[in-house]
Unconditional design. Structure first.
Length: 545
């Protein structure tokens, strides 16, 4: 173990060694000794995803295939504007040659500071075509200080943007700012790609660097390789059936890892990416494949989205009513996986009437272990912390070896490989699916008792008419909860908790709202909700216990 950690620190931009096919663990492995023989067998059966070779070794090789195979097909559309795969190829080549002129080479980073647009797609393809990794950030959402920090820590020589945003993008000495549209329209630039092996991305090269939202301090960059992404986007079910002729919605924040699911998934599988304008609902009504957080999906009128063939959610707990409603007319996936495990590492279709709303099974070439605090497997059916292994495990945090060594550990069940601590609580069902019980941070103490916040929220969501609920710890003695829509009876919701859970699980305050507030990345805005609770308590003179 020490050698792996030492090797990891030797490189300023660490990338784990390529992982071979998943190898089974001997049932008598001493790490499994606390489990019964039956549970040892199920640990291996449930925790290992199928072995499947991705269709392409890199994301750019997949994109290149479809740009050559279907030049007249529409690659992306945005508010009436369209670009074909052939035109995307030419525009990306012009920009790729421009990047080379400014010294960008394989292994470098290129910042994309912009808004949703067709030039955004051109910028992504161009960066990948020269073997660079792209770093997406939404101008106007990310503070200038964050943009400067990201450009500096990644060593980006070039920042790509839109003409209208140039004045909002900070540029330091040694950095060049390029407006993508200007290059796209410059007929004097070469329309052939940069030649030479020095620009050809390899599976273990970085494809993108995604930065956390930074709400708890300085944002950390997660290094995601082509191999990581191909493992989910070029195999099923992670590809969600994306293929030529299908339309895929692009509705999420471009800096969010799930936006790569939409964007890279569509273009690397030959589908048409439908980039939203202001209206998410309008876009959702035009696509075959829809990816969202549960909070965003809950904001849509699903009766107007009946043409959707496949929908997938991840990023936060999914309310059962939402899953039942969407799975009644399309293939619906409730998935899970932090950015560090490449978008998602579990998936399984849901259907109305299913006994539990699970987060599914390990995706191909990946593993999931449910472990105790000593990293030993818990019995099947018992709750523990989920650790993710396999080809989903990303290459660590950029320039933060201490945090990397804390969250990424040598995999004790597959020596020589790595696993990642998700900080999600889960347990196996008897059928080999994972039930999700929220974050470790959401297992809180109230009046000295352990309370699972998601368990309270799930009980609230069983209230008649409740589409979504969230429960938060207010202080050491009190919980507060929010339900949506606003016509949900808070009295009935409170009674539901009293009837089904111990007294200390009952929220002191339940507020009903038309729509629960979301962060720019589409997740519930818990900080704002706590502030709303405090404001209500102050205004109404609510007495806390």
């Amino acid at each position: 173990m020490r050698d792996i950690a030492a090797d990891y620190l030797d490189d300023i931009r660490p990338v784990f060694p390529a992982m071979p096919k998943l190898a089974g663990v001997a049932p008598r492995n001493p790490l499994l000794s606390a489990l019964s023989d039956f549970d040892q067998e199920r640990f291996l059966e449930f925790g290992w995803g199928p072995e499947t070779a991705p269709r392409f070794p890199t994301i750019i090789s997949a994109m290149n295939h479809f740009m050559a195979a279907q030049p007249n097909a529409i690659a992306a559309e945005y508010q009436g504007e369209k670009i074909s795969y052939g035109a995307l190829n030419i525009a990306a080549n012009r920009l790729a040659n421009t990047l080379v002129q400014h010294g960008v080479k394989r292994g470098d980073a290129v910042c994309l500071y912009l808004h949703r647009s067709i030039p955004m797609i051109v910028g992504i393809v161009a960066a990948l075509r020269v073997g660079a990794a792209y770093i997406p950030q939404h101008v106007g959402v990310a503070p200038e200080k964050t943009l400067s920090h990201i450009a500096n820590i990644t060593g980006a020589k070039v920042i790509l943007t839109l003409r209208e945003l140039r004045e909002q993008v900070p540029v330091a000495e040694g950095q060049t700012l390029i407006s993508i549209e200007d290059v796209m329209k410059d007929d004097a630039l070469p329309t052939m790609p940069p030649l030479g092996e020095q620009y050809k991305a390899q599976p273990d090269d970085l494809c993108m660097i995604l930065f956390t939202s930074g709400t708890t301090g300085v944002p950390n960059g997660v290094q995601v390789t082509h191999k990581n992404l191909c493992n989910i986007l070029q195999t099923g079910p992670g590809d969600l059936g994306m293929r030529p002729g299908l339309r895929v919605g692009q509705i999420l924040s471009i800096a969010f890892d799930m936006a790569a699911w939409e964007t890279l998934g569509a273009i690397s599988n030959g589908a048409t990416l439908v980039i939203r304008g202001k209206s998410i609902q309008e876009t959702a009504e035009k696509v075959d494949v829809l990816i969202a957080t549960p909070s965003i999906l809950n904001s849509l009128d699903h009766s107007r989205c009946q043409q959707v063939q496949t929908a997938a959610v991840a990023g936060e707990p999914c309310p059962r009513p939402l899953a039942d409603a969407w799975s009644s007319f399309c293939r619906f996936y409730n998935s899970c996986g932090p950015t560090e495990t490449t978008i998602i590492n579990t998936a399984e279709p849901h259907y109305p009437g299913k006994e539990v709303l699970s987060i599914g099974r390990p995706t191909p070439n990946n593993t999931v272990y449910v472990l105790d605090e000593n990293l030993r497997p818990v019995a099947i059916g018992e709750k523990g912390e989920m650790w993710a292994g396999g080809d989903c495990v990303t290459a660590g945090y950029l320039a933060n070896p201490e945090l990397t060594l804390d969250r990424y550990r040598p995999d004790p069940f597959r020596p020589g490989h790595m696993m990642f601590r998700t900080k999600d609580l889960g347990r196996w069902t008897n059928t080999g699916e994972l039930e999700h019980f929220g974050r470790v941070d959401d297992l809180v103490k109230i009046r000295g008792f352990r309370v699972e916040l998601d368990g309270v929220s799930n009980t609230l969501e069983a209230t008649e008419g409740c589409d979504q609920a969230v429960t938060l710890k207010f202080d050491s003695r009190n919980l507060v909860a929010f339900v949506s829509p606003a016509n949900v009876s808070t009295e009935d919701a409170a009674q539901s908790v009293k009837d089904k859970l111990p007294y200390y699980c009952s929220p002191t305050l339940i507020l009903a709202m038309d729509e629960l507030p979301r962060t720019p990345r589409g997740k519930l805005d818990k900080r704002l909700l706590l502030k709303l609770a405090q404001d209500h308590i102050d205004a109404q003179g609510v007495e806390l216990n």
